[in-house]
Ligand binder design. Structure first.
Ligand code: BEZ
Ligand code: FE
Length: 290
């Protein structure tokens, strides 16, 4: 005779149903998921109508995703889960001496076009000119030539290329660079703006219902990797930007806030191939050996 499914037997019954899962890690994950999900339900005791609302919310989240829109990443971001996963991964990899990581975000949805050092990632020329320099090094300070530095950012109005296909060519604000013999990289761009994460989907509804603002401080995304080293997914944040203290996705780390200094120097501007005055930021990226 089968045992009745009761509040008392529910969790053990479901955990046990997963016990023959051959992959031990998957078995552990399914058991833990079951226990935490059941605890959550016991905690909030949702009505059937509330549970249907939750299912409708997750369904809408999935239906909002397409080739260039990733609402599930956004959901994970505003719940602080993306940052928690990153922070745990950094601790486990003992990457203390390496550059801090932060969230990937939902806009790394197209490949960055390979570009030459010194190229501009800004294809429109409407924002405040900016030069970003840096070096990729290992934790012992050795330069890493041939490292890949993938960068992407929004424009001066706070939009990524994929959000404005009629106004921005695909690849605007993006570039894949290879460091030189000294591990150095340099690219031209414009100063990115702070911006609201997309609010026209279920995640926006969630923020509105909880009276949370949707803004992120101005930043440039980086993924840097080199042979024999653990890649890092990170940002640099523009010092002085609004929302550094209240990022909607909890992704600011002090070590990643960089000065974007104003440079008035016609000769340097000409050497970099930008208008004078311009902004200059430096970001040295330290990678842990793998
Ligand atoms: C981003 O920086 O591109 C981003 C990160 C998390 C949520 C939305 C956008
Ligand atoms: Fe971003």
């Amino acid at each position: 005779m089968a045992t009745d499914f009761t509040e008392e037997t529910a969790t053990a019954a479901v955990v046990e149903s997963f016990e023959k899962t051959p992959d031990p890690r998957l078995r552990e994950i399914l058991g833990s998921l079951t226990r935490h999900l059941h605890d959550f339900v016991r905690d909030i005791e949702p009505t059937t109508q509330e549970w249907e609302q939750a299912i409708a919310f997750l369904t809408a989240t999935g239906q909002t995703c397409d080739a260039t829109r990733q609402e599930f990443i956004l959901l994970s971001d505003v719940l602080g889960v993306s940052m928690l996963v990153e922070t745990i991964a950094q601790r486990k990899a003992a990457r203390k001496a390496a550059t801090d990581s932060t969230v990937l975000g939902p806009f790394h949805v197209v490949d960055s076009p390979p570009r030459e050092l010194g190229d501009s990632i800004d294809l429109l020329g409407t924002g405040e000119p900016c030069v970003v320099t840096g070096r990729v090094v290992s934790v012992d300070g050795m330069p890493l030539p041939g490292a890949l530095v993938d960068v992407w950012q929004c424009n001066e109005d706070g939009f990524y290329d994929v959000q404005q296909p009629d106004l921005q060519p695909l690849g605007n604000g993006r570039g894949l660079f290879t460091t030189d013999a000294e591990g150095a990289f340099l690219f031209r761009t414009i100063v990115p703006s702070y911006y609201p994460i997309p609010t026209d989907g279920p995640v926006g509804d969630l923020l509105a219902a909880s009276e949370r603002h949707p803004y992120r401080p101005a930043h440039i995304h980086f993924i840097a990797g080199a042979e024999g080293h653990t890649p890092v997914t990170t940002h640099i944040f523009v010092a002085g930007s609004p929302y550094l203290e209240s990022d909607a996705v909890f992704a600011v780390k002090k070590s990643l806030v960089e000065e974007f200094s104003v440079v008035h120097d016609p000769a340097r501007a000409a050497a970099y191939g930008v208008a004078n005055p311009f902004r200059l930021a430096n970001f040295d990226i330290v990678l842990q050996s793998s």
